[in-house]
Design a protein around this ligand. Sequence first.
Ligand code: KG4
Ligand code: ZN
Length: 328
Amino acid sequence: MRILAIETSCDETAAAVVEDGAGILSNIVASQVDIHARYGGIVPEVASRQHLLTVLPVVESAMAEAKVAWQDIAAIAVTFGPGLAGSLLVGVNVAKAIALTQGLPLLGINHLEGHIYSNWLGNEQPVFPCLCLIASGGHSDLVLMTGHGQFERLGRTRDDAAGEAFDKGARILNLGYPGGPAIEEAAKNGTPSLPLPRAWLKGSDDFSFSGLKTALLHLVQDKDSLDASFVVEAAASFQQAIVDVLVTKTLQAGERLGVGQVLLGGGVAANKALGDHFVRNSPIPVLIPPPSLCTDNAAMIAACGYYHFQLGATDGYDIDVVPSLILG
Ligand code: KG4
Ligand code: ZN
């Protein structure tokens, strides 16, 4: 069974065709990162206009690369939240139009659930119950998954998300946008030697990264100039502080709940230092999608859509966007 998925929740225009929730026939991502980089972050109005320009060519490429025609597609899956309203609207309306004209079922997918389903696109299939850490530009969510479509949110960020912290930290260090890959690159040449705080929020599965960002800002403000050796030390120390908190708190929750696996997802899961730290310290198997499936893509939306379809959870053609949608 082949599903065409469309993902336009933020600044990537993406479409993919996936077979039986696991086999990627095509996975096209048109990134807007160069356009937003000149503003130092995502400009929502620019993002939705860019989606309008690219969405149809991206869908056509996904169909062509998968070598499929409309009669080979069983359903259309689309991200309907959370995300930027104007961006989500583009994908949802294109998905509705295709579903309506081709007479296909429509599957509205939660972007955060999609990130988790990146783990179903690999060779090793996840087992339930599992603990999912979704660390992206907008979220740091810790979610217990007990079955397909069954989620309980245990923790979330109280202020900045992990990816947002990377982006803001990179801006403070003049490393450009997007910040996560920039900090990861700079950190390779430094050691985590600077004293930066970790917010443990004991007794809670929530996260907080805004104090860390402020501490970095104060370190920078105490300097006369940003020399290269300071920047790499600061990048390594900042990255280590985020990694320590994400890994320690996730593993504490995993052991407390007795889960059999930890699943990572979201752009921050592409960070190699994070993955290495998880694998080194976890007594529980940890599944980490390849970097291209951690950042926003439509293959994960198609994988998730497959399981929605199996559960009979199709949506009406009147589905609307929900920018502040939560998971669990
Ligand atoms: O999941 P994603 O592509 O989009 C959202 O749903 O937000 O995540 C984007 C976030 C950005 O904040 C970006 O800086 C961060 O993921 N990111 C990384 C890395 N690659 C992307 N953070 C740390 N290390 C990376 N290698
Ligand atoms: Zn995302």
